[in-house]
Design a protein around this ligand. Structure first.
Ligand code: ADP
Ligand code: GLC
Length: 518
């Protein structure tokens, strides 16, 4: 038994993003770091993602897979052709399997509002199976991430159910953000190749003329995970379930909350090559230099005693910046403080931060770009980090902040609640500042309290140290995924049993009736 438990797993991680090749948020960091961790543990890991223009033109060395070029696939009533290339995940033996389909992926952004968005990610899901077939690789786990991969579990039961290669394959559906579900018109169903399987889809949705990719994944995956324990509970409630709470409650026995980890090789202030000066708990002098350099970078005066608040974020409804808009003007008028913001997204937030910078040019700096190096510099150079999120499945920046001695001020929701502990000046315990109610008053009180605490610099050092000592490495969280994968595995036949050989295309006559849904 011990031997079987330790046996390496074949894990296929399918994702729309992966650092450093294509990233809009935490999903990319998590997929890369989890892939790296799983592979370091001796598992055979393949990460499947689209070859976007930015990857193709990014100067990466990728290698076309000889037997997997120009593969036809019927989607959306026509044939697309795709090819596979591999690319090394840096600092890992895991490989990225890039799906090259210029017609669908070679566009400016990772995500689009284009009419074929549903096809772009249906292709990704189908290509993951075809990759396995072309290389005769039988995955134990297909690990799906967010709505983009939500069709994988149903495809496994329908299109690929006939293939013995997938006989023992189990699916995990991870929700990184339930706010994005991939909802499209029901008219797209036949183009997805699911026409004869319509009865397996959510009938109420079809009646209301839609298909929801994430919901489909949640119904058919063998296991569901989300990226923190608190969020696993929250999404089973009507407010944060965003229309999927009912489905999730029905599957509550299959839901696990696993807090994201942090890749401390990329994110630690001692060896971070993207920050101007390194530092450690023992010698924090580099942090002051990072702060000075940050102020200089934005043309603001450097005063060691003036606290700098940092923000690095997608600027969307989720992140709760409305609250800041209500109070920052007052705080900036009264307090000696600085605010540095890096982020892009919805226009109204971008205009707000632009306005704030123009109104307080000596106190506020706003960069509307997407800049990896600046995101590291803000983590290192700020004194406090603001995340007033309306909801936050996990959040990664607060964990980076803790490691960089940058005290997080966060709303008590999702992963923020699971990773930041309230600072208590009396007992000198805790790692940051939390507020519960989603209100400007609550945030204002918390920021004022933080500013008060800042005045006691001796205690502040303890607060910083408490955070820097926390360990959110994948060494811990990653084991939970491995344990989950193992729980899903079917009882194995002895290792010597030869596998049945398969053909690549399912002859129509042998395609089995799909198993019933959950
Ligand atoms: P989410 O995935 O919801 O955006 P997370 O906190 O999990 O939130 O992850 C955000 C990640 O995206 C962090 O690594 C953060 O540094 C990065 N990020 C967000 N906006 C920017 C930006 N404008 N420039 C550089 N990095 C950014
Ligand atoms: C999502 C969430 C964020 C989480 C990230 C990675 O985009 O908004 O909270 O940390 O995915 O799981």
């Amino acid at each position: 038994m011990g031997g079987l438990m330790n046996q390496a797993l074949k894990i296929c991680l399918v994702s729309s993003e992966c650092t450093p090749f294509a990233k809009t948020g935490g999903l990319a960091d998590v997929v890369a770091a989890l892939g790296r961790f799983l592979s370091k543990r001796g598992n055979d890991v393949r990460i499947v993602m689209p070859m976007y223009s930015r990857i193709k033109n990014g100067g990466h060395e990728f290698y076309p897979v000889p037997d997997a070029q120009d593969i036809p696939i019927r989607l959306g009533g026509r044939t697309y052709w795709f090819s596979l290339s591999t690319l090394q995940l840096p600092r890992s033996s895991a490989k990225i399997w890039l799906v090259r389909c210029p017609e669908l992926y070679e566009r400016e952004g990772i995500y689009t509002q284009d009419a074929d968005e549903h096809l772009r990610f249906a292709l990704l899901s189908r290509a993951a199976f075809l990759m396995c077939q072309h290389t005769q690789w039988s995955p134990d786990i297909m690990h799906c991430n967010d709505w983009h991969t939500g069709l994988i579990p149903i495809y496994l039961r329908t299109h690929y159910g006939w293939d013995k290669l997938f006989e023992n394959t189990r699916t995990v559906m991870t929700i990184h953000n339930i706010g994005y579900q991939g909802t499209f018109s029901a008219e797209t169903v036949s183009g997805l190749g699911l026409d004869s399987d319509r009865y397996l889809l959510w009938q109420e949705d079809l009646n209301e003329n839609r298909i929801n990719y994430l919901k489909t994944g949640l119904v058919y995956a063998n296991a569901i995970t989300t990226v923190s324990r608190t969020y696993a509970q929250e999404i089973q409630g009507d407010e944060l379930g965003m229309g999927l709470a009912g489905v999730l409650r029905q599957r509550s026995d299959s839901i696990t909350g696993i807090v994201n980890g942090v890749d401390y090789e990329d994110w630690n202030p001692r060896d971070d090559v993207l920050i101007p000066h390194g530092y450690t708990i023992k010698d924090m002098s580099g942090k002051a230099l990072c702060k000075e350099a940050l102020m200089k970078r934005f043309g603001m005066s450097y005063e060691p005693a003036t606290p700098v608040f940092g923000i690095v974020s997608r600027l969307t409804f989720q992140k709760g910046f409305e609250l800041l808009a209500e109070i920052l003007t007052v705080l900036l008028q009264r307090e000696n403080m600085r605010v540095v913001v890096l982020g892009s997204g919805e226009e109204k937030y971008e205009s707000y931060f632009t306005w704030l910078q123009n109104t307080f040019p000596h106190k506020v700096a706003y960069d509307r770009g997407y800049k990896e190096d600046l995101s590291h510099h803000i983590e290192a150079g700020a004194d406090m980090f603001l995340m007033p999120s309306r909801y936050e499945p996990c959040g990664i920046n607060q964990m980076y902040s803790l490691k960089y001695g940058t005290v997080p001020i966060v709303r008590r929701t999702g992963g923020l609640a699971d990773t930041v502990e309230q600072w208590d000046p009396q007992s000198r315990t805790g790692t940051g500042f939390l507020f519960g109610e989603f209100s400007a008053d609550a945030l204002m009180n918390t920021m004022r309290f933080a500013l008060d605490c800042w005045k006691d610099q001796e205690a502040w050092k303890v607060l910083q140290r408490n955070g820097m000592e926390k360990d959110f490495s994948w060494e811990r969280q990653g084991e939970e995924y491995i344990a989950l994968y193992r729980r899903l595995l079917p009882p194995r036949a002895p290792l010597t049993t030869p596998r049945a050989t398969v053909t690549l295309t399912p002859p129509a006559t042998v395609r089995k009736a799909p198993a019933k849904g959950v």
